[in-house]
Design a protein around this ligand. Structure first.
Ligand code: AP5
Length: 220
Protein backbone atom coordinates (compact mmCIF):
# COMPACT_ATOMS: atom_id res chain seq x y z
CA UNK A 1 0.00 0.00 0.00
CA UNK A 2 1.52 3.28 -1.10
CA UNK A 3 -0.17 6.59 -0.42
CA UNK A 4 0.40 10.30 -0.24
CA UNK A 5 -1.27 12.65 2.22
CA UNK A 6 -1.79 16.21 1.01
CA UNK A 7 -3.02 19.34 2.67
CA UNK A 8 -1.94 22.87 3.46
CA UNK A 9 0.52 23.47 6.31
CA UNK A 10 -1.13 22.66 9.60
CA UNK A 11 -4.03 20.76 8.00
CA UNK A 12 -3.28 17.74 10.19
CA UNK A 13 -1.21 15.60 7.80
CA UNK A 14 1.19 14.50 10.53
CA UNK A 15 -1.59 14.00 13.08
CA UNK A 16 -3.77 11.87 10.76
CA UNK A 17 -0.70 10.34 9.09
CA UNK A 18 0.14 8.49 12.32
CA UNK A 19 -3.34 6.98 12.31
CA UNK A 20 -3.22 5.97 8.61
CA UNK A 21 0.24 4.43 8.86
CA UNK A 22 -0.97 2.31 11.80
CA UNK A 23 -4.16 1.43 9.92
CA UNK A 24 -2.18 -0.05 7.02
CA UNK A 25 0.93 -1.02 9.06
CA UNK A 26 3.20 1.01 6.82
CA UNK A 27 5.84 3.62 7.76
CA UNK A 28 4.92 7.29 7.77
CA UNK A 29 7.55 9.27 5.88
CA UNK A 30 7.54 13.01 6.50
CA UNK A 31 10.14 14.87 4.46
CA UNK A 32 9.69 17.87 6.78
CA UNK A 33 10.62 15.70 9.78
CA UNK A 34 13.61 14.18 7.91
CA UNK A 35 14.90 17.68 7.17
CA UNK A 36 14.35 18.92 10.73
CA UNK A 37 16.24 15.86 12.07
CA UNK A 38 19.09 16.42 9.62
CA UNK A 39 19.39 20.10 10.57
CA UNK A 40 19.34 19.22 14.27
CA UNK A 41 22.17 16.74 13.64
CA UNK A 42 24.19 19.33 11.67
CA UNK A 43 24.05 17.31 8.45
CA UNK A 44 26.55 18.93 6.04
CA UNK A 45 24.30 18.18 3.05
CA UNK A 46 21.49 20.35 4.44
CA UNK A 47 23.64 23.08 5.95
CA UNK A 48 22.30 26.44 4.91
CA UNK A 49 18.70 25.27 4.57
CA UNK A 50 17.71 26.19 8.13
CA UNK A 51 16.94 29.83 7.30
CA UNK A 52 15.11 28.89 4.11
CA UNK A 53 12.80 26.52 5.99
CA UNK A 54 12.26 28.94 8.88
CA UNK A 55 11.07 31.51 6.33
CA UNK A 56 8.61 29.03 4.85
CA UNK A 57 10.28 28.45 1.47
CA UNK A 58 10.61 25.01 -0.13
CA UNK A 59 13.89 23.10 -0.15
CA UNK A 60 15.26 22.82 -3.73
CA UNK A 61 13.80 19.89 -5.69
CA UNK A 62 17.11 18.12 -6.35
CA UNK A 63 17.91 17.96 -2.61
CA UNK A 64 14.49 16.77 -1.46
CA UNK A 65 14.07 14.23 -4.28
CA UNK A 66 17.34 12.53 -3.26
CA UNK A 67 16.23 12.49 0.38
CA UNK A 68 12.80 11.01 -0.40
CA UNK A 69 14.07 8.37 -2.83
CA UNK A 70 16.79 7.32 -0.42
CA UNK A 71 14.20 6.91 2.36
CA UNK A 72 11.68 4.87 0.35
CA UNK A 73 14.47 2.55 -0.79
CA UNK A 74 14.93 1.27 2.76
CA UNK A 75 13.77 -2.23 3.72
CA UNK A 76 10.93 -1.08 5.94
CA UNK A 77 9.25 0.35 2.83
CA UNK A 78 9.09 -2.99 1.00
CA UNK A 79 5.37 -3.40 1.65
CA UNK A 80 4.53 0.26 1.22
CA UNK A 81 4.60 3.68 2.88
CA UNK A 82 2.63 6.83 3.46
CA UNK A 83 4.31 10.00 2.19
CA UNK A 84 3.61 13.21 4.11
CA UNK A 85 4.91 16.40 2.50
CA UNK A 86 6.29 14.77 -0.64
CA UNK A 87 5.83 15.33 -3.54
CA UNK A 88 4.95 19.02 -3.24
CA UNK A 89 6.03 20.27 -6.67
CA UNK A 90 5.31 18.93 -10.14
CA UNK A 91 8.99 18.08 -10.63
CA UNK A 92 8.97 16.02 -7.43
CA UNK A 93 5.86 14.15 -8.61
CA UNK A 94 7.51 13.50 -11.97
CA UNK A 95 10.61 12.14 -10.21
CA UNK A 96 8.41 9.57 -8.41
CA UNK A 97 6.64 8.69 -11.65
CA UNK A 98 9.99 8.15 -13.38
CA UNK A 99 10.70 5.40 -10.86
CA UNK A 100 7.47 3.68 -11.93
CA UNK A 101 6.08 3.95 -8.43
CA UNK A 102 2.39 3.11 -8.42
CA UNK A 103 0.53 5.07 -5.77
CA UNK A 104 -2.64 3.41 -4.47
CA UNK A 105 -4.16 6.59 -3.10
CA UNK A 106 -3.78 10.32 -2.82
CA UNK A 107 -5.61 11.76 0.18
CA UNK A 108 -6.23 15.49 0.41
CA UNK A 109 -7.23 17.05 3.75
CA UNK A 110 -9.26 20.23 3.20
CA UNK A 111 -9.06 22.94 5.86
CA UNK A 112 -9.76 26.66 5.56
CA UNK A 113 -7.00 29.26 6.05
CA UNK A 114 -8.38 30.74 9.27
CA UNK A 115 -8.38 27.35 10.96
CA UNK A 116 -4.88 26.62 9.63
CA UNK A 117 -3.50 29.75 11.27
CA UNK A 118 -5.28 28.82 14.52
CA UNK A 119 -3.88 25.28 14.46
CA UNK A 120 -0.30 26.25 13.64
CA UNK A 121 -0.27 29.12 16.13
CA UNK A 122 -1.16 26.65 18.90
CA UNK A 123 1.19 23.87 17.85
CA UNK A 124 3.73 22.50 20.33
CA UNK A 125 6.46 20.27 19.03
CA UNK A 126 8.81 17.68 20.53
CA UNK A 127 12.00 17.96 18.47
CA UNK A 128 13.55 14.53 19.00
CA UNK A 129 10.42 12.48 18.21
CA UNK A 130 8.44 14.86 16.00
CA UNK A 131 5.42 14.41 18.29
CA UNK A 132 2.97 17.23 17.93
CA UNK A 133 0.48 18.71 20.38
CA UNK A 134 -1.87 21.66 20.33
CA UNK A 135 -2.15 24.12 23.22
CA UNK A 136 -5.94 23.75 23.47
CA UNK A 137 -7.06 20.98 21.07
CA UNK A 138 -4.51 18.30 21.87
CA UNK A 139 -2.65 19.46 24.98
CA UNK A 140 0.14 17.50 26.66
CA UNK A 141 -0.63 16.03 30.09
CA UNK A 142 1.72 18.58 31.68
CA UNK A 143 1.94 22.06 30.18
CA UNK A 144 4.94 22.46 27.85
CA UNK A 145 6.23 18.91 28.48
CA UNK A 146 6.30 15.87 26.17
CA UNK A 147 4.08 13.08 27.56
CA UNK A 148 6.53 10.29 26.73
CA UNK A 149 10.00 11.65 27.54
CA UNK A 150 9.27 14.48 29.96
CA UNK A 151 11.35 16.79 27.74
CA UNK A 152 10.31 20.37 26.95
CA UNK A 153 8.12 21.16 23.96
CA UNK A 154 9.02 24.00 21.61
CA UNK A 155 7.50 26.12 18.83
CA UNK A 156 8.81 25.23 15.36
CA UNK A 157 10.99 27.91 13.72
CA UNK A 158 8.61 28.04 10.76
CA UNK A 159 5.47 28.46 12.88
CA UNK A 160 5.83 32.26 13.07
CA UNK A 161 3.10 34.43 11.44
CA UNK A 162 5.22 35.60 8.45
CA UNK A 163 6.35 32.02 7.68
CA UNK A 164 2.81 30.66 7.94
CA UNK A 165 1.68 33.21 5.34
CA UNK A 166 4.55 32.27 3.04
CA UNK A 167 3.92 28.52 3.46
CA UNK A 168 0.25 28.98 2.57
CA UNK A 169 1.11 30.86 -0.62
CA UNK A 170 3.75 28.26 -1.56
CA UNK A 171 1.12 25.55 -1.06
CA UNK A 172 -1.35 27.29 -3.38
CA UNK A 173 1.22 28.08 -6.07
CA UNK A 174 3.40 24.97 -6.08
CA UNK A 175 1.66 22.09 -4.31
CA UNK A 176 -2.01 22.37 -5.32
CA UNK A 177 -1.05 21.76 -8.99
CA UNK A 178 0.34 18.38 -7.87
CA UNK A 179 -3.20 17.34 -6.93
CA UNK A 180 -4.31 17.96 -10.52
CA UNK A 181 -1.27 16.02 -11.72
CA UNK A 182 -2.57 12.97 -9.81
CA UNK A 183 -6.22 13.52 -10.73
CA UNK A 184 -5.15 13.36 -14.37
CA UNK A 185 -2.73 10.46 -13.95
CA UNK A 186 -4.07 7.99 -16.46
CA UNK A 187 -1.15 5.59 -16.14
CA UNK A 188 -1.59 4.47 -12.53
CA UNK A 189 -4.92 6.08 -11.61
CA UNK A 190 -4.35 6.38 -7.84
CA UNK A 191 -7.57 6.50 -5.83
CA UNK A 192 -8.17 10.20 -5.26
CA UNK A 193 -9.71 10.85 -1.83
CA UNK A 194 -10.78 14.16 -0.34
CA UNK A 195 -11.68 14.59 3.30
CA UNK A 196 -13.21 17.50 5.16
CA UNK A 197 -10.46 18.35 7.69
CA UNK A 198 -12.56 20.77 9.73
CA UNK A 199 -13.64 19.63 13.19
CA UNK A 200 -11.89 17.76 15.96
CA UNK A 201 -8.98 15.38 15.44
CA UNK A 202 -11.23 12.39 16.22
CA UNK A 203 -13.96 13.57 13.89
CA UNK A 204 -11.49 13.90 10.98
CA UNK A 205 -9.92 10.55 11.86
CA UNK A 206 -13.35 8.88 11.73
CA UNK A 207 -14.04 10.40 8.30
CA UNK A 208 -10.69 9.11 7.02
CA UNK A 209 -11.28 5.66 8.51
CA UNK A 210 -14.64 5.47 6.75
CA UNK A 211 -13.11 6.52 3.42
CA UNK A 212 -10.25 4.04 3.65
CA UNK A 213 -12.62 1.27 4.74
CA UNK A 214 -14.84 1.95 1.72
CA UNK A 215 -11.98 1.79 -0.77
CA UNK A 216 -9.41 -0.56 0.74
CA UNK A 217 -11.06 -2.95 3.24
CA UNK A 218 -10.02 -5.90 1.07
CA UNK A 219 -6.37 -4.89 1.37
CA UNK A 220 -6.18 -4.95 5.17
P1 AP5 B 1 6.38 19.94 6.75
O1 AP5 B 1 6.89 19.47 8.06
O2 AP5 B 1 5.89 18.96 5.77
O3 AP5 B 1 5.33 21.08 7.08
P2 AP5 B 1 3.89 21.43 6.46
O4 AP5 B 1 3.54 20.79 5.18
O5 AP5 B 1 3.88 22.92 6.48
O6 AP5 B 1 2.91 20.78 7.43
P3 AP5 B 1 2.92 20.88 8.98
O7 AP5 B 1 3.89 19.89 9.57
O8 AP5 B 1 3.07 22.30 9.39
O9 AP5 B 1 1.43 20.52 9.35
P4 AP5 B 1 0.57 19.18 9.31
O10 AP5 B 1 -0.37 19.22 8.16
O11 AP5 B 1 1.43 17.95 9.45
O12 AP5 B 1 -0.27 19.42 10.62
P5 AP5 B 1 -0.13 18.79 12.09
O13 AP5 B 1 -0.64 17.39 12.08
O14 AP5 B 1 1.21 19.05 12.66
O15 AP5 B 1 7.50 20.80 5.99
C1 AP5 B 1 8.22 21.81 6.66
C2 AP5 B 1 9.16 22.48 5.69
O16 AP5 B 1 10.14 21.52 5.21
C3 AP5 B 1 8.52 23.04 4.41
O17 AP5 B 1 7.98 24.34 4.60
C4 AP5 B 1 9.74 23.05 3.47
O18 AP5 B 1 10.61 24.11 3.74
C5 AP5 B 1 10.45 21.76 3.83
N1 AP5 B 1 9.96 20.62 3.02
C6 AP5 B 1 9.36 19.48 3.48
N2 AP5 B 1 9.05 18.67 2.46
C7 AP5 B 1 9.45 19.30 1.33
C8 AP5 B 1 9.37 18.98 -0.05
N3 AP5 B 1 8.79 17.84 -0.47
N4 AP5 B 1 9.87 19.87 -0.94
C9 AP5 B 1 10.47 21.02 -0.53
N5 AP5 B 1 10.57 21.39 0.75
C10 AP5 B 1 10.06 20.53 1.68
O19 AP5 B 1 -1.22 19.70 12.85
C11 AP5 B 1 -0.97 21.07 13.07
C12 AP5 B 1 -1.49 21.47 14.46
O20 AP5 B 1 -2.91 21.35 14.49
C13 AP5 B 1 -0.99 20.58 15.61
O21 AP5 B 1 -0.81 21.37 16.74
C14 AP5 B 1 -2.11 19.56 15.80
O22 AP5 B 1 -2.15 19.08 17.14
C15 AP5 B 1 -3.32 20.39 15.46
N6 AP5 B 1 -4.40 19.66 14.82
C16 AP5 B 1 -4.32 18.70 13.84
N7 AP5 B 1 -5.54 18.31 13.45
C17 AP5 B 1 -6.43 19.03 14.19
C18 AP5 B 1 -7.85 19.07 14.26
N8 AP5 B 1 -8.63 18.30 13.48
N9 AP5 B 1 -8.42 19.95 15.13
C19 AP5 B 1 -7.66 20.75 15.93
N10 AP5 B 1 -6.31 20.76 15.92
C20 AP5 B 1 -5.71 19.89 15.06
Amino acid sequence: MKGVIFGPPGAGKGTQGVFISNYFSIPLISTGQIIRDAIKNDSPALKGLKDMIAKGALVPDHAIIDIAIDRISKNDCDSGYLLDGFPRTIDQAKALALLNIRLDFVLSIEVDSEEIVRRISGRLYHPSSGRTYHKTDCPPLKEGIDDVTGEPLITRDDDQPASIKKRLSVYTEQTEPVLSFYKNDITYRPQFLQVNGMGSIDLVKNRIQKLLGTHFSSRL
